[in-house]
Design a protein around this ligand. Structure first.
Ligand SMILES: NC(=O)C1=CN([C@@H]2O[C@H](COP(=O)(O)OP(=O)(O)OC[C@H]3O[C@@H](n4cnc5c(N)ncnc54)[C@H](OP(=O)(O)O)[C@@H]3O)[C@@H](O)[C@H]2O)C=CC1
Ligand SMILES: CC1=C(/C=C/C(C)=C/C=C/C(C)=C/C=O)C(C)(C)CCC1
Length: 314
């Protein structure tokens, strides 16, 4: 149970990746300011989290089952929280989807929206009324850089993150009247199971309905560039957890939070040209004209940021 003075934080999708690291980081806060309720849809997957939490498990961290796609599961979980009192709600659960749209069934697309959009909305609907009554609370939504800028062959995933961005942009104004903060975290590539799961799905893909050229652009042009970008720009779940901790500990939390400054110029393109031509053309050139150069550019970038050159000059 939370001590008086401790903030109750509920997080979705804590079986792996970013959610797991956020749960552990907050539960291990040196001043013990947080009582963390880490949730996952299948408690059989708890071992990694429990191990990473160490001594904090059972003290500042507890577990509850929660599937964001189920009304019953969401209600039951929130009803199991003492007085339904949640100070900080972190909506992290999410799934990816990659590939030519022609090859993806509408059912698969709906699953992505069910989790990334309706899952988040279902959670917010459940926790928000109690926050409104108390005139306090902070809702943090794990969006993505793909909630701000579309990325080729990520069409449906991008759409699901744009949807939640639009929802939050509208909600933030109303919530401010109730003294409830709303923040979004917008990471670029992060090394988690998200990446592994998508690559496994891609390896299994047979691309029904897609023509040979589209498959070639996806497999031989997009995928190698994407792997280069993950290698050069990829952050760790710990980077994201630290960024989120700063956001929840700020006196005036930012609404939008890009975690990787290397993405700022990419996102800025659409605001620099209201016709949208600049961003579409730049992305086209980056992928189809400079794609092969991407590997070299990213290797140089990686080298510069890993500080090996700087170390050698000392
Ligand atoms: N990795 C990346 O490059 C980026 C990720 N993000 C976002 O970060 C968030 C976390 O992803 P990440 O940690 O990378 O990926 P992981 O795949 O490691 O983690 C996703 C988590 O979401 C959970 N989840 C999926 N569906 C449900 C559901 N219906 N109910 C409850 N939990 C569910 C998974 O649980 P289970 O184990 O049961 O499947 C898992 O715990 C996502 O919202 C993602 O879109 C944003 C930008 C970049
Ligand atoms: C920037 C960029 C690319 C790829 C971006 C990627 C791969 C982003 C991944 C973001 C993730 C994984 C977000 C998760 O929510 C391209 C299209 C290769 C070429 C053009 C420039």
């Amino acid at each position: 149970m939370a001590n008086s003075g401790q903030k109750v934080v509920l997080i979705t999708g804590c079986s792996s990746g970013i959610g797991l690291r956020i749960a552990v980081t907050l539960a291990k806060d040196e001043k013990k300011r947080y009582h963390v309720i880490a949730t996952m849809r299948d408690l059989k997957k708890k071992d990694k989290l429990v191990e990473a939490a160490g001594d904090a498990y059972g003290k500042t961290l507890m577990l509850l089952p929660l599937d964001v796609c189920s009304d019953d599961s969401v209600k039951q979980c929130i009803n199991n929280v003492k007085d339904r009192h949640i100070d900080i709600f972190i909506n992290n659960a999410g799934v990816g989807l990659l590939g030519p749209v022609e090859s993806i069934s509408i059912e698969e697309m709906k699953r992505v929206f069910e989790t990334n959009f309706f899952g988040a909305v279902r959670m917010i609907k459940e926790v928000m009324p109690d926050m409104k009554k108390r005139r306090s609370g902070h809702i943090v939504v794990m969006s993505s850089v793909m909630g701000l800028q579309g990325v080729v062959f990520n069409d449906v995933y991008t759409a699901s993150k744009f949807a939640i961005e639009g929802f939050c942009e509208s909600m933030a104004v109303q919530l401010m009247k109730f003294n409830i903060r709303l923040s979004m975290i917008e990471p670029g590539p992060v090394h988690t199971e998200f990446e592994t799961k998508m690559m496994e799905d891609v390896a299994k893909m047979e691309y029904p309905g897609a023509d040979a050229d589209t498959i070639r652009y996806f497999k031989d042009v997009y995928l190698p560039s994407s792997i280069d970008i993950f290698e050069a720009m990829g952050q760790t779940p710990d980077d994201i957890a630290k960024c989120l901790k700063k956001v929840i500990e700020s006196n005036s939390p930012r609404f939008r939070n890009l975690t990787n400054s290397l993405y700022t110029p990419i996102v800025a393109l659409k605001y620099a040209d209201e016709t949208g031509g600049l961003s579409v053309n730049t992305f086209y050139n980056l992928l189809f004209n400079f794609g092969p150069l991407m590997h070299i550019t990213m290797s140089i970038l990686k080298c510069l940021t890993c500080s090996c050159l700087r170390r050698r000059t000392i």
